[in-house]
Design a protein around this ligand. Structure first.
Ligand SMILES: Nc1ncnc2c1ncn2[C@@H]1O[C@H](COP(=O)(O)OP(=O)(O)OP(=O)(O)O)[C@@H](O)[C@H]1O
Ligand SMILES: [Mg+2]
Length: 245
């Protein structure tokens, strides 16, 4: 079974999609056959790596499409139906396992799979948590970060206790880091104290190139690989790859 990484945090705008896009692009550049499943109705990963709203979502049989000219990288777009899946899944028995079932016939074709999640703990992210074997949490170093993380991890523990979920926390990635902001340093210290093994050494700085790349439909490696953000995601990719061994 390849690493199937749910990139999740119920808090909005913390860098989930930016991390999915650029870590997946980094893995693909390293030669791994990489799949991104866009599991967020906002479709932001699809806008960069594929086409938002084109084709059905994975829940309706959406298939991996080549991500433009990028070697080794595929995307299953957030189809138009994804917005309605929440309600459809609620009505289905076994609606929490739909993503796992759809993904099963595809996993052997890839070396690594990333699942982008919306900023909540509704049925779409629950499907990702049940389909994945690893959890990566992008975290912005701000006041409520640790509480949100504790809540998410308690939720995952509960899923593991009550379902056949095999997911476990395999990484915390500090994002939009501002080294001169005392609160950021304090939150970083706390995270590293409580999650010494899981917190990646690499920290992603707040960087204009990372913010601008998606508006050009580009990953950071297409747009400005030598920017601070590009070098940081390269380093984070290496750490992830090291963890796969
Ligand atoms: N390190 C960074 N430096 C500067 N801007 C960033 C950085 N990471 C992300 N951004 C920008 O911040 C915004 C939120 O990032 P992103 O979309 O990745 O978060 P998200 O957690 O996926 O959001 P949502 O919860 O809505 O899905 C985007 O405009 C993105 O371009
Ligand atoms: Mg997002």
């Amino acid at each position: 079974m390849p690493p199937i990484i749910a990139v999740s945090n119920q808090k909005g705008g913390v860098g989930k999609t930016t991390s999915v896009i650029n870590l997946a692009a980094g893995c693909a550049l390293a030669g791994l056959k990489t799949l991104v499943v866009d599991n967020d109705p906002q479709g932001n990963a699809s806008s960069v790596l594929g086409e938002r709203g084109i084709g059905p979502s994975i829940y309706e049989g959406g298939q991996p499409l080549a991500s433009g000219q990028r070697a080794n990288l595929w995307i299953i777009n957030a189809g138009k139906d994804l917005l309605e899946q929440e309600q459809r899944l609620t009505r289905q028995s076994g609606g929490r396992l739909a993503l796992k079932e759809r993904l099963a016939p595809l996993v052997d074709r890839f070396d690594v799979i990333f699942i982008d999640c919306p900023p909540n703990l509704s049925l779409l992210p629950i499907n990702a948590l049940l389909a994945a074997n690893r959890l990566l949490v992008p975290l912005q170093c701000e006041y409520y970060a640790l509480e949100g993380l504790t809540q998410l991890l308690a939720y995952v523990e509960d899923l593991r206790a009550t379902t056949q979920a095999t997911i476990s926390l395999s990484g915390i990635l500090l994002t939009m880091y501002e080294p001169n902001f005392p609160l950021a340093q304090q939150v970083e210290r706390e995270i590293r104290h409580h999650f010494a093994a899981e917190a990646l050494q690499t920290v992603i700085p707040r960087d204009v190139s990372l913010a601008a790349a998606p508006s050009h439909g580009k990953t950071i490696f297409d747009y400005d690989p030598l920017s601070r953000g590009g070098l940081a995601y390269l380093s984070a990719t290496k750490e992830l790859l090291h963890g796969f061994k």
